[in-house]
Design a protein around this ligand. Structure first.
Ligand SMILES: C[S@@+](CC[C@H](N)C(=O)[O-])C[C@H]1O[C@@H](n2cnc3c(N)ncnc32)[C@H](O)[C@@H]1O
Length: 210
């Protein structure tokens, strides 16, 4: 188990080496979280909230595995990644082998609603619900059902503020929002509907206790 504090740059470099999805699908909003943002979230979860080392960590909509693999690298007891897409899970598995974290990770191909149980921590960068309406709240509801603490990334609300709708949604499900961290996400051109070489937007990381 990783007990010593890992340098953020070391974590970022590890995540940056991971293979991307070879054919991301727009309808599943399969963009990969940038390594620097993933490292920032993992670092907060591990060292501000003490929610990674020695914990069971679930990554809902894990894609190619950046958050789960990062959690395993920071000493999670077990990191479990779940995704509906077979190719994403194949890449995640390959990435866990490449980083020698195969034993600390587990990969499940399924729709998130099939997951049951209790986990210490849920980390997620879910679809924002831009292509599939309400995908974001579906993930949020599931995360709140499964985790003691949830780190969930969402698109910033209008007026450049955390979304009042999401705040209400979380409170109605018994979640207590500890903090909302504003962050910037920069993703490279990926899909035909992207008009610029890179796509830059504001996101909020919700830290929620159950
Ligand atoms: C925005 S991507 C994030 C991928 C990865 N977590 C990351 O941050 O790099 C969302 C992921 O959720 C997966 N996904 C979408 N709907 C899903 C569902 N209903 N059940 C399971 N996975 C789903 C997609 O296949 C995709 O990999």
């Amino acid at each position: 188990m990783q007990r010593r504090m890992v340098r953020k740059l070391t974590l970022e470099r590890l995540l940056d080496q991971l293979e991307p999805h070879p054919s991301p699908k727009p309808d599943l909003e399969q963009y990969t979280i940038p390594a620097n943002l993933a490292a920032e979230i993992l670092y907060l979860a591990a060292y501000t909230y003490n929610s990674i080392t020695g914990k069971t960590v679930l990554d809902l909509g894990c894609g190619t595995g950046r958050l789960a693999i990062g959690a395993a690298f920071l000493g999670a007891k077990q990191a479990i990644g779940v995704d509906i897409d077979v190719t994403a899970i194949q890449m995640a598995k390959k990435n866990s082998e490449k980083t020698r974290l195969k034993k600390k990770t587990q990969w499940i191909i399924t729709e998130i609603n099939a997951i049951k149980g209790n986990f210490d921590t849920v980390l997620q960068n879910p679809p924002f619900g831009v292509q599939a309406r309400k995908a974001d709240t579906k993930f949020l509801a599931k995360a709140l059902e499964l985790g003691k603490i949830v780190f969930s990334l969402h698109k910033r609300g209008v007026d450049n503020k955390p979304s009042p709708f999401l705040i209400k949604f979380i409170n109605a499900r018994g979640g207590t929002i500890k903090t909302v961290y504003p962050m910037k996400m920069v993703i490279p051109y990926m899909f035909k509907f992207h008009r610029k070489r890179k796509h830059e937007f504001l996101v909020d990381l919700y830290v929620i206790e159950k």
